[in-house]
Design a protein around this ligand. Structure first.
Ligand SMILES: [Zn+2]
Length: 211
């Protein structure tokens, strides 16, 4: 995070959500270089791997955090004003009586709504508004149903002393990113295009690597 972002987070309550979007992600240049070198020399550039991991983790954290806000709002959210853990009050919109059972089920899922309230300072934050601020440049809410998967891979990447294991976890995240289509550029510059370039390099073992 840059100094200005740190300052904004500390000083501007409104900007906090808006600016938190971590611009950091894996650079296309790093990802291609890493695989080109590996293909050329058979050696893994471990420092470059660690750099790519530290580039992608802030974005993973952001998406994981948003996923918890999205799926488990009552798990607690920090107050933008004072930092205290907020309480969540559900305000489910009623699902119309006339709807079919399928539609009823579908609407029940979608109509989680409500707001957080801070027990310390009393400020409130709407669920939709909060998630609505946490969007990408296409206006999509930045969350996933696969947050547990990302958490597991994050732990492996960060904690494993074995570069091979860290690398396998990292590639699983890239594989996940690839599978998520247009959301892939949250995690890597160029998204699927960049990942496909590496796949096309026909690195020995690449077919098993991406399993
Ligand atoms: Zn507060």
């Amino acid at each position: 995070m840059t100094a200005i972002q740190t300052w904004i987070r500390a000083n501007c309550r409104l900007a906090k959500d808006k600016f938190y979007w971590p611009r950091s992600r894996v650079s296309a240049r790093d990802y291609l270089k890493f695989h080109q070198e590996w293909l050329g020399t058979g050696q893994m550039d471990v420092p470059l791997l660690r750099k790519m991991i530290s580039d992608v983790v802030p974005m993973m954290d952001y998406v994981i955090q948003n996923s918890y806000l999205r799926h488990f709002p009552s798990h607690g959210k920090g107050c933008n004003k004072c930092g205290e853990t907020m309480d969540f009050a559900e305000a489910n919109e009623p699902v119309p009586e006339w709807s079919s059972p399928e539609l009823h089920q579908e609407m029940s899922k979608k109509h989680i709504s409500g707001y957080w309230q801070c027990p310390a300072c009393g400020s409130t934050e709407g669920w939709d508004e909060t998630l609505g601020r946490r969007t990408d440049d296409q206006g999509r809410w930045m969350y996933t149903d696969a947050h547990e998967f990302l958490e597991g891979k994050r732990a492996q990447m960060m904690l494993s002393k074995d570069p091979g294991e860290a690398h396998a976890a990292f590639e699983s995240v890239m594989q996940f990113a690839h599978g998520s289509g247009r959301q892939s550029n949250w995690f890597i510059e160029g998204g699927t295009v960049t990942i496909d370039k590496v796949r096309e390099m026909s690195l020995p073992g690449v077919s098993t690597m991406f399993k």
